[in-house]
Design a protein around this ligand. Structure first.
Ligand SMILES: [Zn+2]
Length: 191
């Protein structure tokens, strides 16, 4: 699923009206994709064409392992168990639990909607990947339907958060998130 959907979901599921928890959910929803986004950004700034980025470099071991670490059920599950066990020690352990739970939800959804581009979700135990029948983007594998579903869900979540949080910066960010649901597909279609 696209990064902005994971971010919105983190805020919707864990935020209620407590901004600190919403932020923990947002960060957990975002973090598994941060290494990938940073790599793509660095390569694009260096002028590497999209075809080389997604057709060659993405499949190299260093990038596959990076994605595996960031999307590992094992690592996020361990952090969740650890922080949940310590939640009575200090209030911020609750925030760490929310952060880890949100990242686990991100990883679970990615697990279900990736095909050959899937992550090694059980790294470091195994390099095995689940090739789902559904791809979140590939039209040959229900990607068209999933994209429409994700767009509707994303706009619904952004609308919900818009009502929940009145701060101007939050609302501006939500407006931007809504825009990405239109801008990102438009970019790939135009390409
Ligand atoms: Zn992801």
């Amino acid at each position: 699923m696209n990064t902005q959907s994971h971010i919105l979901m983190g805020a919707v599921l864990f935020g209620r009206n407590i901004p600190r928890r919403a932020w923990a959910g947002v960060l957990g929803g975002l973090l598994p994709d941060v290494p990938m986004l940073a790599i793509v950004l660095a390569l694009k700034i260096s002028g590497v064409p999209d075809q080389t980025i997604f057709g060659e470099l993405y499949w190299q071991n260093w990038w596959q392992v990076t994605n595996g670490v960031a999307h590992s059920f094992i690592l996020w599950g361990a952090l969740l168990a650890f922080s949940f066990a310590l939640r009575h020690r200090a209030p911020w352990w609750t925030l760490v639990s929310i952060f880890a739970a949100s990242a686990l939800i991100h990883t679970s959804i990615d697990f279900l909607v990736h095909r050959e581009d899937a992550h090694m979700s059980f790294w470091p135990l195994t390099r095995w990947k689940f090739i789902s029948p559904v791809s979140y983007w590939d039209w040959r594998h229900y990607g068209r339907y999933f994209s429409v579903f994700e767009m509707a869900l994303g706009l619904l979540m952004a609308g919900l958060l818009f009502l929940r949080f009145r701060h101007i910066a939050a609302r501006a960010a939500l407006g931007l998130a809504m825009l990405t649901y239109v801008a990102v597909p438009a970019y790939f279609i135009l390409l």
